[in-house]
Design a protein around this ligand. Sequence first.
Ligand SMILES: *[C@@H]1O[C@H](CO)[C@@H](O)[C@H](O)[C@H]1NC(C)=O
Ligand SMILES: *[C@@H]1O[C@H](CO)[C@@H](O)[C@H](O)[C@H]1NC(C)=O
Ligand SMILES: *[C@@H]1O[C@H](CO)[C@@H](O)[C@H](O)[C@H]1NC(C)=O
Length: 329
Amino acid sequence: MSQLAPLILTLFFAAPVLCWRPWPNSTDSLYGGSKKYEGSSEFVHLKYHMGPVLTANITVYPIWYGTWKSSQKRIIRDFIDSISAADAKPPSVSGWWKTVRLYTDQTDNNISRTVHVGEQKNDRFYSHGKSLTRLSVQSVIKSAVSASTRPLPINPKSGVYLLLTSDDVYVQDFCNNVCGFHYFTFPSIVGYTLPYAWVGNSAKLCAGVCAYPFAVPDYIPGLKAVKSPNGDVGVDGMISVIAHEIAELSTNPLVNAWYAGQDPVFPVEIADLCEGIYGTGGGGSYTGQMLNGRDGATYNMNGIRRRFLVQWVWNHVLNYCTGPNALDQ
Ligand SMILES: *[C@@H]1O[C@H](CO)[C@@H](O)[C@H](O)[C@H]1NC(C)=O
Ligand SMILES: *[C@@H]1O[C@H](CO)[C@@H](O)[C@H](O)[C@H]1NC(C)=O
Ligand SMILES: *[C@@H]1O[C@H](CO)[C@@H](O)[C@H](O)[C@H]1NC(C)=O
């Protein structure tokens, strides 16, 4: 195991370089210095590499690691269930998902319209401690699918295993250059190849980075925080990261389908290309035009029961980032 570890670790892809978050070293030059509009760029060559995508009804299995309030769980579940809820008023989360649905597999099947929350697992006693590595994240998932009571189902074809860590848990690279990541589990650790993602609650560790723009880092002067739509800065900030990972897992579950870049070890995927863009005109440190509720909260789309702020995703038909609140729609 210990000899294999360095090799395995290099297989995990590194932080995307095209995105914008208020990292300590971030600059506004997203694409080599030229000012771009909503990520549009002739330099982006998103390609399909013939691997599978998630075309069957997608089930998301949340694993709640650490201490979670039921109100926090509800916000996240409502978001996931909003993805295919047709009745939210526009601009809606299901409108956002339409861009993800533009991606197909070899037989021209689109990404599934349906995404819903499946069985859930609580890991409230921090089974693998309060500091996780990328490999121990897989061990947490193994515990959830092999638990003696109510294990999560094994669903390699259309399941998405979503590990959510509470605000007192550190995960390798959290805050330095990642707020979440996705990959697939190794049969040698979990027993199966399952697409999974991790997203952490950054409230105590680095809200100014991972819950931006609901919090701002003090090392970048001039940025101003906006009010979050569901009254929970950490969880409202997680929503966009969860959306990012679900969009990428659906279009690149085994990291051999839709991505840009020469190196499959460091793929640039459909949400990486639009990180930090929430509305028309977005790019660099500017989020783009967002919406303001009567309560003063900032959001850009409606879901079931609530509102959310979610980054846009890359539209490979138009070759730029799109979202449901675009002003030209
Ligand atoms: C499926 O993808 C194709 C190719 O991008 C697109 O033209 C079509 O509108 C998509 N269908 C749906 C239902 O989104
Ligand atoms: C997929 O979801 C739709 C609802 O969006 C449902 O009507 C259909 O029966 C589901 N298909 C399967 C195979 O579960
Ligand atoms: C910024 O720092 C991260 C690590 O914290 C590094 O991965 C990234 O390459 C750096 N970016 C630039 C533009 O220097």
